[in-house]
Ligand binder design. Structure first.
Ligand code: 6CS
Length: 342
């Protein structure tokens, strides 16, 4: 055989092999569904799109992202994920706490530090976050892929607040987990659990007199328009979590499991860059947009008055979660000590 026809034959074989491979890839390529709780450009949306970018650049799979409201409230997207209709969901412990009581740990006030660098290191290093929480989520058919911070919690109210007595007779909206209600009860307010979709309207009609959320969300959701007094209490961080339906995850090839884990890590790194400085930028936008807004930063003495009420919430947490919660809390505190001593 001439070298020319040998080449033609080889080219023919490799073209065939290539076509076969492409067909196999097309058969194996999946379209995964992912839902989160926020709007276009918000923190969870940035995370979702970075996750999608990694998956699509490194495989033949595609990812369809659903934002807040497209498939319902936070509790709806969790149900759909547990039922296997969705493959991935980003749900915050503020809502998951009703399903997994230990996830309420993030609502013990003044447990988390306020400075971002320490918080980020905690999320990276913590044994409680990276080893204990995945086991707790697994008991509910969920493969926990990443927990990450979105921003420091800031209270908004109809009047500036500097002491627990200022919360008297104020209905403060909380996400729907019982421990967060205990926190606001301890702070002197009347906690009012509501799903996200009802918050703006309830503030506008004075059904509630305040709520808490990170600044970027107060800006993007326009909450300052109907709840213009911002109070920096330093009592916690808004944390969220991204996970997969566990049967779906367990059914993936080893290669796809690695792809998903790597995509979650990639998006985590990107989100840490995204949230750096975001609160400051959002506060500037709010100040520009409204003359009505006031900003109150509690001083150390004022913070002490709220902090003094934290132990009763911690006790409630242990009451609600038993031995498993106690173990988690001990590890959480140990992990915090380690990052704070660096
Ligand atoms: O307050 C809430 O319900 C919402 N807050 C944030 C920052 N993200 C989603 C959540 O539903």
């Amino acid at each position: 055989m001439s070298s020319k026809s040998k080449f033609r034959k080889l080219a023919g074989i490799s073209a065939l092999a290539f076509a076969g491979l492409t067909a196999a890839n097309a058969v194996n390529a999946a379209n995964w569904r992912y839902a989160h709780e926020e709007y276009e450009g918000d923190v969870q949306d940035v995370y979702a799109y970075k996750f999608k970018e990694y998956i699509e650049e490194n495989s033949d799979h595609t990812l369809q992202v659903y934002r807040f409201g497209e498939l319902g409230e936070s509790s709806d997207i969790m149900e759909q994920t547990q039922a296997g209709i969705l493959n991935f969901v980003n749900q915050s412990p503020g809502f998951t706490g009703a399903l997994i009581p230990e996830a309420q740990i993030f609502f013990i006030p003044y447990l988390m530090p306020t400075d971002m660098e320490t918080v980020v290191e905690f999320f990276r290093e913590s044994e409680a976050i990276n080893e204990m929480f995945p086991k707790l989520y697994a008991q509910h058919g969920l493969e926990l892929l990443q927990m990450y911070p979105e921003g420091e919690m800031v209270v908004t109210a109809d009047e500036p607040i500097t002491k627990p007595a200022d919360f008297n007779n104020k209905k403060i909206r909380v996400m729907t987990n019982p421990l967060l209600s205990e926190t606001y009860d301890a702070f002197g307010a009347t906690p009012t659990p509501l799903p996200w979709g009802e918050v703006y309207g309830a503030l506008q009609t004075n059904m509630i007199q305040g709520q808490e959320n990170p600044i970027f969300w107060i800006e993007s959701g326009g909450l300052y328009e109907v709840s213009p007094n911002l109070i920096f209490t330093g009592h916690g961080w808004f944390t969220t979590a991204m996970m997969a339906n566990q049967d779906f995850y367990n059914g993936l090839s080893e290669e796809d499991k690695k792809l998903v884990q790597d995509a979650a890590d990639y998006a985590f790194e990107k989100i840490l860059v995204h949230i750096d400085g975001l609160a400051e930028e959002s506060l500037e936008k709010i100040k520009k947009a409204s003359d009505e807004v006031t900003v109150t930063r509690l001083n150390d003495e004022q913070i002490e008055a709220f902090k003094a009420r934290a132990p009763q919430v911690e006790e409630k947490f242990i009451e609600m979660t038993g031995e498993s919660g106690k173990e988690l809390l001990n590890q959480f505190k140990e992990d915090l000590k380690e990052v704070q001593s660096d």
